[in-house]
Design a protein around this ligand. Structure first.
Ligand code: NDP
Length: 296
């Protein structure tokens, strides 16, 4: 049961990003993080992203708003960040309060700065397979894990369990795209006989949000299994009182899989690494456009 080491692969990606960032000096890639309210998970995600950006030699700023912020005020901030040539990437941390519909807020971000890949434009570009598109970071991280682990996707049956806009759907689109060329099945909560479909997977992506949902009897011997799930379960032996498990029953499934990602230490670290890569690309492409404009 060889493990796919997400921490090690994320470090490789970050090292490459750091080298490319250094080559851009004196320009420093800059991500603006926008956080509304104090949801503890959002606070910790944004902290982690800012810390990783600093380690990669990139700049970040944090724009904080109370839960009660009006749409107009939030949009004014996004408009200013869109217009600021020193800002290359903009990330609005979800979840947002009910009076701020996520799609509408994300769509206020200029597509060239949409390093999270959540705008309608980015998702449309992903479907059209346009070069330079920002794919959402978790699905992009899944693909990078497969690629750097030498997993062949062409002609293989990839089964994605979960159809969310941030994970399942874009992961399926990426696997389906030219170059990766998998035959893709997307499953969800209304799928009939899920186990029969997952058993036919050469590559199984679990993005469900249910602890240890995928059990050994649902997986073919030799399958490659990517576990996206991050679920807290009670654990009295831990100081925190909980521990993290994935959507895959690791103990059972790892005995059958040819390759499997652990939780934690699999997809999680890749999500942050891909955000850094997207920000670097946003900066590189802004510079290329500036050169092009100057030349004309
Ligand atoms: P969502 O809740 O948005 O989507 C879950 C999907 O799973 C839905 O499409 C749902 O189907 C499907 N599903 C639920 N129950 C079943 C079932 N019984 N059988 C088949 N399908 C089912 O979750 P996300 O996509 O946002 O996240 C999925 C998991 O990944 C979570 O554990 C989350 O914490 C984790 N995550 C990890 C990240 C990382 O960086 N590693 C980043 C983002 C998420 P339906 O559409 O029909 O409801």
């Amino acid at each position: 049961m060889p493990l796919i080491d997400g921490n090690a692969i994320a470090q490789q990606v970050l090292q490459e990003v750091k080298t490319r960032v250094a080559a851009l000096a004196p320009v420093v890639p800059h991500t603006a993080f926008v956080r509304v309210g104090d949801d503890p998970a959002s606070v910790s995600y944004v902290n982690k992203k800012q810390k990783t950006a600093a380690e990669a030699g990139m700049k970040s700023t944090l724009h904080l708003f109370p839960e009660t912020v009006s749409k107009a005020e939030l949009f004014a901030c996004l408009d200013a960040l869109n217009a600021d040539p020193a800002v290359h990437g903009i990330l609005v941390q979800a979840p947002l309060p009910k009076h701020l519909p996520e799609t509408e807020v994300f769509n206020r971000i200029a597509p060239a700065k949409d390093v999270d890949g959540f705008t309608t434009t980015s998702i449309g570009r992903l479907v059209q397979e346009l070069p330079g598109t920002f794919a959402a970071c978790t699905p992009a991280g899944i693909i990078e894990l497969l690629r750097r682990s030498g997993v062949v996707t062409a002609g293989k049956h990839a089964v994605v369990v979960g159809r969310s806009l941030i994970v399942g759907k874009p992961a399926a689109l990426l696997l389906l795209g030219k170059g990766l060329d998998a035959t893709v099945t997307i499953c969800h909560s209304r799928t009939k006989d899920l186990a029969a479909i997952t058993r036919s997977a050469d590559i199984l992506i679990a993005a469900i949000g249910k602890p240890r949902f995928i059990t050994a009897d649902m997986v073919a011997a030799g399958a490659v299994v990517i576990d996206v799930g991050i679920n807290r379960i009670a654990d009295a032996t831990r100081k925190t009182g909980y521990r993290l498990v994935g959507d895959v029953d690791f103990d059972g499934v790892s005995a059958k899989a040819s390759l499997i990602t652990p939780v934690p230490g699999g997809v999680g670290p890749m999500t942050v690494a891909m955000l850094m890569q997207n920000t670097l690309r946003a900066c590189e492409s802004a510079l290329a456009h500036a050169h092009h404009d100057a030349a004309h």
